[in-house]
Design a protein around this ligand. Structure first.
Ligand SMILES: C[S@@+](CC[C@H](N)C(=O)[O-])C[C@H]1O[C@@H](n2cnc3c(N)ncnc32)[C@H](O)[C@@H]1O
Length: 242
C-alpha cells in the first residue's frame, strides 16, 4: 500500500486506523479495495452516483469511498452513535461539501426508507458479518430493491471458508496474531474485546460462509457475483443487479 495513502487515512481517522492496521492489516486493505472498486465503477459514468454505505463505523471505509470519486453522494448508515460520531468528527469536510450525510438507523430500517431503484452502489466493509443470518437475508432483499439496474453491491468482509477445518486453522492463526500484537502493545482490554467479538462472528447464527453467501446473492437475482482478494477470512465480494 502506498505511503501517501497510509498517511491520508492515518491523518484523518487517527488512532483507530493505526490500531486496526496493526491488529488486522487485511481489514484496512479491504476498505481500500472497496474504494478502488467504486473508483472503477465511477470511471464508467459522468452521472452523480448515489451511494449507501452500511456500517460506516469511524469512517475508514467512508473515507476510501470519498477518495474514489468527487462525483458521488454518500449516505453513511450506522446504528452505533459512538462510532458514527467519530466519523462525523473525522469527515466534517465532506459533510460541508454536501458529499456525505449520515443516518443513525440500523441498516435494514435505513434501506426500507429508500425508494425502489434509487441507489447506484451499496458499499460496506466488516458490517454484514455482524448481522444475524436472517437479518442479513432481509438486508440483501432490500438492497436488491433499492438498487438501480446495473447498480452494484461492494462488500469487503469476513467470508468464512467452505473448508471448515481450514477455516478453523485460519481463525487460530488470527487469534495468535491478536495475542502477539496486543500483548506487545499492552492493550489487554482491546484483546478481550476482539476475542469476545470473534465468538459472535464465528457463531452458527452469524457466520457468513462463502458458498452460502454467494448462493444467497444469486437467489436474490444478482449476477456477475465475485469473491476476490481473499486473505485469510477476508475477501471482497461484488455483485450486480441486472
Ligand atoms: C467493524 S465496524 C466496520 C467499520 C468500517 N466499515 C471499517 O471497515 O473499518 C462495523 C460497523 O457496523 C455497524 N453495525 C453493526 N450492525 C449494524 C446494523 N444492523 N445497522 C447499521 N450498522 C451496524 C457497527 O456499529 C460498526 O460501526
Amino acid at each position: 500500500m502506498n505511503e501517501n495513502y497510509e498517511a491520508l487515512f492515518s491523518g484523518v481517522i487517527g488512532h483507530d486506523y493505526d490500531m486496526l492496521n496493526l491488529i488486522c492489516p487485511a481489514a484496512t486493505k479491504m476498505s481500500h479495495l472497496v474504494g478502488e472498486t467504486l473508483k472503477n465503477y465511477a470511471a464508467n459514468t459522468t452521472e452523480k452516483l448515489n451511494i449507501v454505505e452500511l456500517g460506516g463505523g469511524t469512517g475508514i471505509t467512508t473515507l476510501a469511498l470519498l477518495n474514489a470519486s468527487e462525483n458521488i453522494e454518500i449516505l453513511s448508515v450506522d446504528n452505533e452513535a459512538v462510532m458514527q460520531n467519530q466519523a462525523k468528527k473525522n469527515l466534517g469536510k465532506w459533510v460541508t461539501a454536501g458529499q456525505l450525510t449520515f443516518s443513525q438507523n440500523d441498516a435494514l430500517t435505513a434501506l426500507k426508507s429508500l425508494p425502489d431503484e434509487s441507489v447506484d452502489v451499496i458499499a460496506s466493509a466488516y458490517t454484514l458479518h455482524n448481522f444475524l443470518n436472517t437479518y442479513r437475508a432481509d438486508v440483501l432483499t432490500e438492497s436488491f430493491r433499492v438498487l438501480k439496474s446495473g447498480g452494484k453491491v461492494i462488500n469487503g468482509d469476513r467470508y468464512a471458508l467452505d473448508d471448515i477445518s481450514q477455516h478453523t486453522r485460519t481463525i487460530q492463526d488470527e487469534v495468535a496474531i491478536y495475542f502477539r500484537v496486543l500483548i506487545a502493545e499492552n492493550k489487554l482490554d482491546l484483546l478481550e474485546h476482539w476475542i469476545i467479538h470473534l465468538f459472535g462472528d464465528e457463531s452458527e447464527n452469524h457466520i457468513m460462509r462463502e458458498s452460502i453467501a454467494l448462493q444467497q446473492l444469486q437467489d436474490e437475482g444478482f449476477f456477475d457475483i465475485h469473491l476476490k482478494h481473499r486473505v485469510g477470512v477476508n475477501a471482497l465480494m461484488t455483485a450486480v443487479k441486472p
